[in-house]
Design a binder for this molecule. Structure first.
Ligand code: NAP
Length: 667
């Protein structure tokens, strides 16, 4: 058997040596060999950086569309990935988390990229900051993709989801990835990367793969590269203190192990609690960084919970993952089982369920595969071990607590976790415990009878929410929607005149030049430029207008209708026009009524009424094209218009962004 190939510098590399063996978790047969001998790491990084230029030429929307195509392509190969995954011990349910979860993450980032990012190659963040009295000097935050490679080191337990959840935000940002899977399951990631490369969907160089150890890769990291690591706290510590990482301040994100807790409230539903605990103990055979390791229950409910959990653990069927009825497969390897057994011994405590040395196995040779029984331990929360030792298998420790304050203290002894859950119907308890736990957790789930049915569960990181945790959990943050994309970009505070800010960012900044010729609503997306403006007005607001608007809409709030009451209002001191009347009049002023390239108004953003409008005031509106974002697969795009409504004294009475859809070509 030849060792797995790596994909570096645009070609498949076959190692010249045999490499180290990897074994099937179920049968113990050799399933692959792994070696990175002969990989030129410096060249691979340099190649990735060069190819990054290609990727950066694409817009966020173009990259997002490629992710979608890739997700669909991988979906066609699910069955193959599921079959391979079973060799690592994964049941169908486990593979669903890994394979479908990974594809789902690609699709989620594709959708986020198209909806929340502009069709551009750079990003501006927040509103401009005016830095001078005269308005000639302003600042705003500009985000550009780093010019390096995102080196992604993954743990063995999620060979598909792990690489994909790191790759997706890097790709949307415009940064190429170099994926290094854990050796024990590298054959799955290798097949994934083969599928990606064979598809030809991504620009060449977007993804590289190194199977085997990383050799001198870290020596060649530069200031523009990033490292995304998932694995044990020990490896994380070693890598983040690598001299190259330290000296060159390489952006380093770590997702490490953590002793996640689940807390049953004094009134919480025991069945919900027990069901979730058993799911977390057995899904992926407990080899999940988010699994529940510490189960806290009120002391007086300990016996009740023990029985409920035991009853559910009795139902667990251990065996070959593809055999009908099996609900929990083996651990990934015999070595991993030895590590889990050693950790259970070190944890100590009475065994409430399970047997460390024996287990009934369905459909496989119990001696050959890495099978083990789920183990429920009784723990003393005042001892250090349950808060320090991670048994990375189907193992959890049940512990009593006396009060909300005490359980918060116990939870914090884990010194930082990825996730915690609280099962309670009591909102006061939920609030107290959540606020106590939050500084120690990256994610918190409150489970009750209302959300239980639809909840995605304790163990599932979601692409739209932050994944990661403080302290022992690695101190990193992954996912969380667009925030993970931004992690791969440099945020620069750009200072200059409004014209400079507009020219650089492509987003019109107040104070910048405006062009007023043809009405901008008569221009197609091809003709329209940022800064194109129409000024319309004035129009006087009369008493009759206000009274008519009140009657017509039914908005007869006293400030618009009752002279005496309005006079007593400390903000108005008399009748004022409705804010929506002002907005409606503004629309009436700036509209170009005949059919043309503007197809629809789909909303307003950031509407603020700044100065009251009184009958007799005269309104003028200035509408300026602020941002133009053509859609990739449609014959129109979005235009955001800066809108400023002023009165006869030049004071702004309302400011907002009008959002429209505009045809790409003249109609
Ligand atoms: P690990 O031994 O720390 O390995 C993790 C990764 O680091 C593997 O790809 C490994 O490659 C690589 N690695 C090891 N030593 C290295 C070195 N000196 N230089 C560069 N790379 C090195 O962890 P694991 O056993 O695979 O995974 C289990 C652990 O990961 C558990 O503790 C679990 O809690 C944690 N985990 C955390 C998360 C999370 O999101 N926070 C998710 C999953 C797992 P080789 O396999 O080739 O050695």
């Amino acid at each position: 058997m030849t060792a797995l190939r790596s994909y570096v510098s645009g070609a498949w590399h076959t190692p010249p040596d045999e490499g180290a063996p990897v074994y099937d978790a179920v049968t113990g047969e050799q399933v692959a060999r792994v070696s990175s001998t002969g990989v030129d790491f410096a060249a691979a990084l340099a190649y990735g950086r060069r190819q990054g230029a290609e990727l950066r030429r694409l817009t966020f929307h173009q990259r997002a569309a490629l992710l979608k195509a890739l997700g669909s392509h991988l979906r066609e190969h699910r069955d193959e990935l599921y079959a391979l995954s079973a060799r690592a011990g994964a049941t169908k349910g486990d593979s669903w988390i890994d394979v479908d979860g990974g594809i789902g993450t690609l699709l989620s980032y594709s959708s986020k990229g198209r909806r929340e990012l502009p069709n551009a190659t750079t990003l501006v963040e927040g509103e401009p900051e005016v830095l001078s009295r005269g308005g000639t000097f302003a600042g705003r935050h500009l985000l550009t993709p780093l010019h390096g490679v995102a080196v992604q080191i993954n743990a063995f337990n999620f060979p598909i989801w792990g690489p994909l959840e790191k790759f997706a935000p890097a790709f949307v940002a415009g940064v190429p990835s170099l994926i290094k899977p854990a050796s024990q399951t590298a054959y799955l990631t290798a097949r994934l990367v083969e599928l990606i490369v064979e598809s030809g969907i991504l620009p060449e160089g977007s993804v590289q793969l190194v199977c085997g150890d990383v050799g001198d890769l870290f020596e060649h990291l530069t200031e523009q590269d990033l490292v995304g690591f998932t694995g044990s706290a020990t490896t994380a510590r070693r890598l983040r203190t690598h001299p190259a990482v330290v000296e060159r301040a390489v952006r380093f994100n770590a997702e490490a192990d953590s002793l996640n807790c689940s807390i049953l409230g004094p009134d919480g539903d025991v069945e919900l609690y027990a069901a979730q605990l058993v799911t977390e103990m057995t899904a992926k055979t407990g080899q999940k960084c988010t699994a529940i390791r510490r189960a806290f229950v009120p002391r007086e409910r300990l016996a009740e919970v023990t029985e409920a959990v035991r009853a559910r653990l009795e139902q667990v069927v251990v065996g070959a993952p593809l055999v009908e009825g099996v609900t929990m497969g083996p651990l990934v390897s015999l070595r991993q089982r030895e590590e889990v057994r050693a950790a259970v011994k070190a944890l100590g405590g009475e065994v409430l369920f399970g047997d460390l040395d024996q287990v009934r196995v369905e459909g496989a040779d119990a001696q050959a595969g890495a099978f083990m029984s789920p183990i429920l331990l009784a723990g003393d929360p005042d001892r250090a071990e349950p808060h320090e030792i991670e048994a990375f298998g189907p193992v959890s420790t049940l512990m009593p607590y006396e009060s909300a304050e005490q359980v918060v203290d116990y939870a914090a002894r884990g010194r930082g976790s990825l996730v915690g859950s609280i099962v309670t119907e009591d909102l006061g308890f939920a609030r107290e415990v959540v606020l106590g736990l939050a500084p120690w957790h990256g994610r918190l789930l409150v489970l009750d009878r209302t959300d239980a049915k639809e909840s995605t569960g304790h163990g599932s990181p979601l692409p739209v929410l932050v994944h990661g945790g403080p302290g022992r959990a690695g101190g990193g943050e992954e996912l969380g929607g667009v925030r993970a994309v931004k992690h791969h970009m440099q945020r620069t505070a750009l200072q200059g005149s409004p014209d400079v800010l507009t020219a650089v960012t492509g987003v019109w900044t107040p104070g910048a030049r405006r062009a007023e010729d043809v009405h901008p609503f008569r221009k197609s997306l091809a003709e329209l430029r940022v800064g194109d403006t129409v000024t319309a007005g004035p129009r006087q607001v009369t008493d009759e207008d206000v009274a008519h608007f009140a009657e017509f809409t039914g908005d007869t709030f006293y400030a618009h209708t009752d002279e005496a009451a309005a006079a007593a209002n400390p903000l108005f001191g008399g009748i004022v026009a409705h804010g929506y009347l002002v907005v409606s009049f503004a629309a009436g002023l700036f509209v170009a009524p005949e059919p043309g390239p503007v197809l629809a108004n789909y909303g307003l953003d950031n509407l603020r009424f700044l100065t009251p409008v009184k009958p007799g005031d005269e309104l003028t509106v200035t509408l300026t094209a602020k941002q133009i974002s053509p859609r990739e697969n449609a014959d129109y795009g979005e235009v955001r218009w800066d809108t400023d409504v002023t009165n006869q004294n030049g004071e702004s009475v309302a400011k907002y962004d009008v959002l429209t859809l505009v045809a790409k070509e003249a109609r």
